[in-house]
Structures are given as C-alpha cells and as structure tokens.
Ligand binder design. Structure first.
Ligand SMILES: Nc1ncnc2c1ncn2[C@@H]1O[C@H](COP(=O)(O)OP(=O)(O)OP(=O)(O)O)[C@@H](O)[C@H]1O
Ligand SMILES: [Mg+2]
Length: 489
C-alpha cells in the first residue's frame, strides 16, 4: 500500500507546456463535465464555445478546455504538495483529509487572485481532490451506479455503458501522460505494472471492478483502458428474471442443474453476461460443498463459506514467475474440491478442466467466449489443440461430450439487453459428431419502435435426459416447464 506521501507526490501532470499544447491540439468541444474550467479561464484562452463531439455523437455544449486551466491546476497541485503536512495528513480519516485539502486549496486559489464564482471554485477544488485522493476524471463516472462499463479510447475520448446503452461522455484527461499516470496508479495498487516491455495489464479497483489497460507501442493512439464496473449490488437470479434475461422456468431448471451437480458451460460474446450468470449459478452450490474458484482477475463473489479463491499471475519484468490458469487447475485437483468454478477457459487449461469434469468433479462450472452453443464446442476443441495436446478428433470430442452436460448461451442483444438465448443439453456422440438437443430458446420476432428487441422464450418441447438425474437428486421440475403449449413466462 502506497503511503499518502507517495500517493500525493507521485502525482504530477505532464509538463505545463505539454499539457497546454495537448489541450490546444485537442478538438474544440471535448470538455470535462467533471472539471469544467472556470469561465474566466476559458475566456482567457479565447476559444469558441463548444459545438459537437466527433462521429455524430452529440455532446452538450460546454466551454472549451483551456491550457490555462491545466496550467493552473498543475500549479495549484504543486503548491498543495509543498504546503500540506504529510505526516499529519497520513493520520487523518479520508473525509477529514478531503476537507483539509479543500481548506488549503481555497487558500491557494485566493492567492492566485483569479476571478471565479463560487461554483467554479468548488468544481476546481473537487477536481484537485479527485486527482490527489482518487482517479481524477474517472471519479464522477465511478460514482454513478448506473454506469456498468467505462471505456477510455484515448485521453480525450471516453465512452460508458449506461443501462445497457453505450454513449460518449464529456470527460477527458489532460493528455496521454495524465492518462498514463492514472493507469499507473490503478495497476501499481495491485502490485502490477505497465510499461513498454509489458504494455498490457489486467488489474482491479479496490471495489472489485475489473480493469484492462494497454499502452503504446501496442495501442497506436495512446493509452486505452476498459473498466468493467463491479456491481455494488450484484445481480441475483430474481433480477435476471425481472429484466427478462430468462423465464422463471428457465431459472428453475438452471438452479436445479447446479444442485444436481451438472457440468455447465456458459457460452457468450464479450459483455454478454457470462460472469454474472456464472456467479449467480454458483450461488446454488450447496453450502457444505468445497468450492475452488480460479480466475484471471477475481470477479466472482461466492456466498458460501467453504471456498478457496485462486487468481493467476502474469510474468514479472524478467519474464519469470507466471502462474498460469492451467497450473492452477492442476493444483486445484490436489485441494480436494467438490466443485471447480473456472472464470473462463481460454487456453490449455481446458484439457485439465475436461479431465476434472470427467473424473469425479461433477458440478463444475465455467464460461467460454463463443456466439452459439455449437461454436462453444468447436472452441473447446481448438483450445485443447492450443494447449499442445494432440488427440485424434473422435476421442477428443468424446472427452468433451462426456465432460459437458449443458451449454447455456448468453447474448447481448442490439438493444443492450442480455438474454439467455439458448439452453442446450449435450447428449453424447453420433459418429464423430457431438450431439446436443435444445431445451429452451429465445425466438426473436422483430424490433420495437424504441429499438427494443421483441420476442419470447420458448421451450422446444424436448424433455432433457437430465430431468431424471435431477429427480434422483431431489430436484423435481414440473412437466409443464418443457411444454411449448403452456404459457411459460
Ligand atoms: N442479465 C443482465 N441484465 C442486465 N445487465 C447485465 C446482465 N448480465 C450482466 N449484466 C451487466 O453486463 C455487464 C457485463 O456482464 P459480465 O461481466 O457478466 O459479462 P461477460 O460476458 O462476463 O463479459 P466479458 O466477456 O468481458 O468477460 C456487467 O456490467 C453486468 O452487470
Ligand atoms: Mg466475464
């Protein structure tokens, strides 16, 4: 954990002239909502009022960001560091420190003798407090519980996903250096680093949000970052039913399958809700069972108490010390797990996972990146190959067919909603091909006036072979659940 002194003094902007140059070069109209420059300063830079953002995205008109504003901010920041009693600040509660900073800053602003109204002073102070104590321009976005994803494409281009819709926001960093400093602040907090030799990094915010950052020379237009917000109140099955992600009947079936120790593969595209569903399904694992979770970046939140959580580790700067998903899956088998919950299969660990599923670790759950259940099976096959294991096609498929019992397809539809578009049961092999049967599917019927996807969930009429197994495990499902003629929603 960095000391306050480090936290505060590690911080500085790019050189004043750089910041000004970058600000001047940035397109007029991309302004900071959070740190609207005082009008007096914007006027001093004699920039015209804002018009619209790029690429047809309408942005609220706002005063242009002026280099003068950044220069002032930098100056104030440096004076602040010189003035603050770090030893005393270290001992303070966050709220106390925040208000202490405000008092010092207001004094410093007065010394600058720049005409500002009360509101402008307040936003300048908030801006600087965020820089010193938090993640700068990201703070107002992080404070908005409706934002589920923050995508920083460059220092002056930030998009968010809000209630399923992607929109551009009026938030920007001073320049690449500023953005890089914020990225560094995030990754160094979890003991990772990002630089030219390792330009991609995964990290986590203290609240659990997942962060990925990528910098030059890989990212061609400067640093980029994606933050998958950690839902403060994680979604539950009831929330999914309420949002019409699936029907109560489908929810009952999935929950029953978890209780009955079925091996489930959740398939879906980026941001389709795989991890969310994995988390929810995991909550149906009975309390007495021992669960091992394995993830690249810990996102799962297990409710049970008998849980061991494992996370992979990237190589250090000398290229050593990597702990791969594969080695964690292997290791977990020696930890007497009842269930293995693997965040996502994306490499050679798939072979160990399949073996685990085939050798008594029933009820294991994982996800895979694929757009249909068929693709998901194909992807598993490819991943085995990537792991350096070359099995003839048929035995390989046999392994997969006997390991995976059910594939649940998650989809993010064009209106931003997430749906379970298909539940497939794996039934065995027919010749060289893995055979499956669909139990439920979402039938699209069109698009409403507001862009909403119309359609309904339908059982296919096939009663899953697994229903027997569920019954033996004490999970009794109503026959109507699988009947397409019975209204199911
Ligand atoms: N059923 C749902 N309804 C509404 N929002 C959802 C639903 N499921 C997930 N979300 C939201 O969608 C976002 C993506 O969810 P999640 O992280 O589970 O997706 P993912 O498929 O695991 O993504 P990735 O491929 O990036 O790992 C999150 O912000 C989550 O809160
Ligand atoms: Mg995920």
């Amino acid at each position: 954990m960095a000391t306050l002194k480090e936290k505060i003094s590690a911080w500085s902007y790019g050189s004043g002239s750089n910041a000004s140059a970058a600000a001047a070069a940035s397109p007029v109209g991309v302004a900071q909502a959070q740190s609207m420059p005082p009008a007096a300063l914007a006027a001093a830079a004699s920039a015209p009022a804002a018009v619209a953002g790029s690429a047809g995205v309408t942005m609220p008109a706002a005063p242009a960001v002026s280099g003068t504003y950044y220069a002032l901010k930098t100056r104030l920041h440096q004076s602040l560091i010189a003035k603050i009693d770090l030893a005393a600040a270290e001992a303070m509660q966050p709220d106390q420190l925040r208000s202490q900073l405000r008092d010092v800053l207001l004094g410093l602003i007065d010394e600058e003798a720049i005409p500002m109204n009360e509101q402008e002073r307040r936003s300048l102070v908030a801006d600087l407090q965020n820089e010193v104590l938090g993640l700068g321009p990201l703070e107002p976005l992080l404070a908005d519980p409706d934002i589920s994803e923050i995508m920083v494409n460059g220092f002056d281009t930030v998009f968010v996903e809000k209630r399923g819709r992607i929109e551009r926001v009026n938030i920007r960093f001073n320049d690449d250096t500023h953005l890089l400093k914020i990225i560094d602040k995030i990754v160094s907090r979890v003991g990772r680093r990002v630089d030219e030799s390792s330009p991609m990094v995964d990290a986590r915010l203290p609240d659990g949000s997942r962060v990925n950052a990528i910098i030059s020379p890989i990212a061609l237009d400067g640093p980029a970052m994606s933050i998958r917000r950690f839902a403060v109140k994680p979604l539950k099955m009831a929330d999914l039913v309420e949002r019409r992600t699936l029907t109560p009947g489908m929810a009952e079936l999935l929950a029953g399958m978890v209780k009955a120790k079925t091996n489930i593969l959740i398939s879906g595209g980026t941001g389709s809700g795989k991890t969310t569903l994995l988390n929810i399904l995991s909550s149906y694992i009975p309390e007495h069972e021992r669960i091992i979770t394995i993830e690249d970046t810990a996102e799962l939140q297990m409710q049970q108490s008998h849980v061991v959580r494992l996370e992979t580790r990237p190589a250090n700067s000398e290229g050593r010390g990597e702990i791969s998903m594969r080695s964690l899956v292997k290791n977990s088998l020696r930890m007497r797990p009842d269930r293995i919950v693997l965040g996502e299969v994306r490499g050679g660990e798939v072979i160990d996972m399949l073996q685990a599923m085939n050798t008594g670790h029933d009820g294991s759950l994982t996800t895979v990146h694929a757009n249909t259940p068929r693709d998901a099976l194909g992807r598993l096959e490819n991943l085995v190959g990537m792991g350096g294991v070359s099995l003839p096609v048929k035995p390989l498929r046999q392994q997969i067919a006997s390991a995976i019992n059910v594939i649940v397809q998650a989809t993010r539809l064009s209106d931003g909603s997430r749906k379970i578009t298909s539940i497939h049961e794996v039934t065995g092999m027919e010749g060289e091909v893995i055979s499956t049967q669909e139990i439920f599917h979402f039938e699209r019927s069109g698009v409403g006036a507001d862009g909403a996807v119309l359609g309904r969930f339908k059982p296919t009429g096939i009663r899953p072979l697994l229903a027997e197994r569920l019954k033996i495990s004490g999970v009794n499902l109503a026959e109507e659940l699988f009947n397409p003629l019975v209204f199911n929603e």
